[in-house]
Design a protein around this ligand. Sequence first.
Ligand SMILES: O=C(O)c1ccccc1NCC(=O)[C@H](O)[C@H](O)COP(=O)(O)O
Length: 413
Amino acid sequence: SPSPATKQPSIGEATNPHQLPPAPTYPRRLCCSRAMQALLAPPALRASPSRSPAARSPPPSRGLVALAAAAARARPLRCGPRDTVEALERDEMLNAVELGQWESGKSVNDIAACQGIRIRRHCRPAASMAEVEAEMGAPRNILEKIIWDKEIEVAQGLARNPLEEVIESAGKAPPTRDFYGALAAAHKRNGVPALIAEVKKASPSKGVLRENFDPVQIAQAYEKHGAACLSILTDEKYFQGSFENLQKVRKAGVKCPLLCKEFVVDKWQIYYARAMGADAVLLIAAVLTDLDIKYFLRICKELGLTALIEVHDEREMERVLAINGVQLIGINNRSLETFIVDTSNTKTLLEKHGDAIREKGILVVGESGLFNPDDVAYVQNAGVSAVLVGESLVKQADPGRAIAGLFGKELVH
Ligand SMILES: O=C(O)c1ccccc1NCC(=O)[C@H](O)[C@H](O)COP(=O)(O)O
């Protein structure tokens, strides 16, 4: 059985990642060096769970940071002979400000709020929604509701398909296709933003978009008519999607790289997405702390997945631009809290951050609310290299042919 140092805690497990006594006000450097000491200590010297402050007074909602930090020690960061103290000192996860905040007693939701994140986590995956709501009140908006359900759903998925098995399947999956490269090439080839065409049956804001929904047929039609990549909704409850749809499209021989459009709150979902054939995953900045994003980016890198990191406002854009290794940013014109769609959001954010984005070689995807060639030209002029389009294609009798209508011309492969 795994040693305490390498054991992966389940979501919501309130375990202090460093197994060190809490201090109310650690100076940041001290906190970091303690984290590194814990990392570098031989397993026998790593403190036992009984010493953890969480064990003394189990807080209900510290699981997320604990999870990320514990995983930083274990996987995918491997502390091997080439990991010098200097390298560890430069490690942005080990030095994450969130770890110091957590050690000094902040909850996951307090830490998230410090980054302007309004979506709360309940971190009680074994509880019923009634129990969660009794403790936290009703979810404040649809995105929070989706995330609360997702935390419980992921725990159920983990019980059915344990992490170790999913990691093994992900490792055996056929190699990923280059999502970023496909977008860059299609943009260059067609002179218009590359298309990520979305395979989506329903959405919370619009209800059922297409009664007669065959994901493989739609995916093949999109590919035939020039989509560079596809986005496959996998959420069942709110979008009537599934991981099976993703797998079916992959197995049907569609060559376009596939984005798993899921509400990722746990690494299990990323491994599962890869095991089911994904080439890219969505990470939503409105839901994930900087440390979550950094950690999930490492897992993506290890698996060869591209991460599309979605932002909606100024604060989220600033946070994401400060994270190393980001290649693809999606600007969602739709607020996932209010459903309001405003394409000028893309323009506003790119006016302010376009230079920094270009300097870093990041590609921007304009997402949501695009219906005609004027809409596409508008976001293209704002500076996007790709667009993510669902409703305006999937609602048409022939979603493939609808692509030429959206761009005002045929796209070529
Ligand atoms: O679309 C929704 O109602 C929704 C609600 C809550 C969370 C996410 C939601 N949608 C995800 C998306 O933003 C879109 O699927 C995607 O960007 C395509 O948008 P569209 O072309 O407008 O269908």
